[in-house]
Design a protein around this ligand. Structure first.
Ligand SMILES: O=P(O)(O)OC[C@H]1O[C@H](O[C@H]2O[C@H](CO)[C@@H](O)[C@H](O)[C@H]2O)[C@H](O)[C@@H](O)[C@@H]1O
Length: 373
């Protein structure tokens, strides 16, 4: 009997040690799995992170709800998927160890990354905490928002001046005024020229009149489809169907495709409950990442670590670029398993907030020289 007891106790101790080790390595454990796999619609839960400040961040986790369940492409359980795309939070120390001596550059998507997905695209507001976290990150690292929205609109949502913006999936970039050669770049120069007066780069400019026409045409075409709406994103446009009845979707898709056929110089892409029409040019969020690195004078630097956080299919172009460069980390925001080029994952904007807060805190407490105020 005693032997049995000792055996069970020893087994429990070993199991606890293995679980702690897995957690430290960012590998999902049976403990974390329990939380992840609950197929619940809306679950409130407290962040179970080590830092006491983080623990106070009560998160509203939305698992598998209709808003997030947009692009599920296969049915792997989340915990198995996370083995391949570990949590950027669990792996934070590892990420930062590899950043030592390197210059971090932060790229952020907007919808679904900095703000939660909501029904009304005009109400996709960013929380004040998120704004404060992005502001702080941008004081330490060159930071750019790369969104499918028009540049003005995304800037209106973010309301920060100490970072760079690219709208229309990278087809409208306000880049730094000055390219600083990486070899002689001074740390203090990195955040210069970010007060909104950079240099615009708009590779799809010649398509503007046609885009305006398509916007008007589609507005007219879909006006009788309840819930459908067209969003003018500057150099591209979105036809939203999040609030369209399922039985009406076919008609909507047909109308969009019909307009597209009349405009062969444009192509159709899909996002989260949205059909997007954009010029058929070889330019996407990945090109925008390269462009920013270039204008920052960092494109050929071997000493950089770009971080790109995004949730959408269009962010995959940027993930691919980072992967191809062999520098930095693409991080996917998703609460469901997805086919992705990202190395790491975060479940939702609440985890993005924790990650950005940790990143700023890490820099603040490190001995690395800080940019000039
Ligand atoms: O690149 P992003 O910043 O992620 O922009 C992609 C699209 O985001 C917006 O639409 C998405 O978010 C809306 C608000 O949460 C949601 O209602 C919609 O269903 C989503 O597709 C934006 O409205 C689009 O124009 C962007 O292309």
């Amino acid at each position: 009997m005693n032997y049995m007891f000792i055996l069970i106790a020893t087994f429990k101790i070993i199991k606890t040690k293995i679980t702690k080790l897995q957690e430290a390595m960012g590998v999902p454990t049976s403990h974390s799995t329990k939380r992840i796999t609950q197929p619940i619609f809306k679950v409130k839960e407290e962040a179970s992170l080590t830092d006491s400040n983080e623990r106070t961040l009560i998160r509203r986790r939305i698992l598998m709800d209709s808003n997030n369940n947009d692009t599920c492409s296969f049915s792997l359980p989340y915990d198995s998927w996370m083995v391949k795309h570990p949590s950027a939070l669990h792996s934070f120390d590892r990420l930062m160890n590899s950043a030592m001596g390197k210059r971090i550059i932060v790229f952020l998507d907007y919808d679904g990354t900095l703000s939660p997905i909501v029904n009304d695209p005009d109400r996709a507001f960013m929380s004040d905490e998120m704004r404060a976290a992005v502001r702080e990150v941008a004081t330490y690292f060159p930071t750019a928002i790369i969104s499918g929205r028009s540049r003005e609109k995304v800037k209106d949502f973010v309301k920060l001046n100490n970072l760079y913006y690219a709208g229309s999936h990278g087809m409208d970039i306000m880049a730094p005024l000055m390219a600083i050669g990486s070899s002689n770049a001074k740390h203090c120069d990195m955040n210069l020229n970010t007060k909104g007066n950079g240099v615009p780069f708009q590779p799809a400019k010649k398509f503007l009149p046609a885009i305006q026409q398509i916007v008007r045409r589609l507005e007219n075409e879909v006006k009788d489809i309840k819930g459908a709406r067209v969003e003018d994103n500057g150099f591209c446009l979105s036809v939203h169907f999040r609030q369209v009845q399922e039985q009406d979707y076919g008609v909507l898709e047909k109308k969009v495709k019909c307009v597209l056929e009349e405009n062969p110089q444009f192509r159709l892409t899909e996002g989260k409950k949205v059909l997007e029409i954009r010029p058929s040019i070889e330019w996407n969020k990945g090109n925008a990442v390269e462009y920013f690195l270039d204008t920052l004078g960092l494109n050929s630097s071997t000493n950089i670590l770009p971080l790109y956080i995004g949730d959408d299919r269009t962010d995959e172009d940027a993930f691919k670029v980072i992967k191809r460069r062999g520098q930095g980390y693409p991080i996917l925001v998703s609460s469901i398993p997805r086919e992705t080029n990202a190395f790491y994952s975060l479940r939702d904007p609440s985890e993005v907030l924790i990650f950005l807060t940790k990143l700023a805190k890490w820099m603040k407490s490190s001995s690395i020289p800080k940019p000039c105020p």
